[in-house]
Write a protein of this length. Structure first.
Length: 289
């Protein structure tokens, strides 16, 4: 993977990288608003997936990245913090204590024997994206206007396909998002998946604040499971150093992958616990010895 692709992917997880992506996207959007021609060569609508949620460091606003399922091209879509929290929860398969709006909508659709056929991000006008929800109900096909963030949350809940329209593709906004490297490597080494804690997530799970990284998945038999770390734990410290977010955790673990053991402080059910974490390479080396 080239340096440009690495820089683009860091936009998902690093504020400095996000600034570069925001500038590139803003230039393309400004050209469209001004009426400049920047058409691409893509022939039609693209099926996409939610690649991740980043932050725009200039506005402190979340940015959702929709990536073509057949390539690394995608678009950034600015969304609200509450919608970002909902989408993150769906991506990480976190179930809130009580149903959220998109949960309610799915329940209503199920009761009416209606299905969400697809979500389409249709167009960009004056820096605002427009989307539609296509619903099949009672032999009818309904197309309903929606904000992209609400439509995507519903699509994730209903497991409905996501598309970017041909008209939007032709406007030339798609950029190369690349692939996750440092985060993926750390998760593979230690056998766990994590996400940032938004204020909404902190409230849902009655956490004291939004500091740390919440564990959303544990690989059976992996180092994290062996250390006693559980799904739902919040990693607050690494070797006594405070962890503010996922980026902090990745940096701390990256610095210590050669250590024999790593002391990790986790918050669980109102109490702080200390877990001793060891990576796959160290365990394999020990087994060989």
């Amino acid at each position: 993977m080239g340096n440009d692709m690495r820089a683009l992917w860091r936009c998902l997880w690093e504020p400095r990288g996000a600034a570069r992506l925001i500038i590139a996207a803003a230039i393309a959007m400004a050209a469209i608003v001004a009426g400049a021609s920047c058409r691409g060569e893509a022939p039609g609508p693209l099926e996409v997936e939610v690649r991740g949620i980043g932050m725009d460091p200039q506005t402190d606003s979340p940015v959702m990245f929709l990536q073509d399922k057949a390539s690394s091209r995608g678009i950034p879509v600015w969304i609200g913090p509450n919608e970002a929290s909902v989408i993150r929860m769906e991506l990480e398969h976190i179930t809130p204590p009580r149903p959220l709006t998109h949960d309610l909508l799915k329940s209503i659709l199920d009761e009416l024997d209606a299905t969400v056929e697809r979500i389409v991000v249709e167009d960009l006008k004056d820096t605002t994206y427009y989307a539609t929800v296509v619903i099949k109900a009672g032999g009818r096909r309904l197309t309903i206007d929606s904000r992209p963030s609400d439509a995507v949350a519903l699509a994730l809940k209903c497991k409905a396909p996501l598309f970017i329209s041909k008209e939007l593709v032709d406007k030339g906004l798609l950029i190369d998002l690349g692939a996750p490297e440092s985060r993926g490597e750390i998760e593979q080494i230690y056998g766990l998946s994590v996400q940032d804690i938004s204020a909404s997530v902190a409230r849902y799970f009655e956490l004291p604040d939004d500091k740390g990284a919440i564990v959303t998945d544990i690989e059976p038999g992996g180092p994290a499971e062996a250390a006693g770390i559980r799904k739902g734990d919040v990693i607050r410290t690494v070797e006594g150093k405070a962890v503010k977010n996922v980026e902090d955790l990745i940096d701390s673990l990256s610095e210590r992958t050669a250590s024999e053991t790593i002391l990790v402080g986790v918050f669980r059910k109102g109490a702080m616990l200390q877990c001793v974490l060891r990576n796959y390479d160290e365990r394999a080396h020990e087994a060989e010895d």
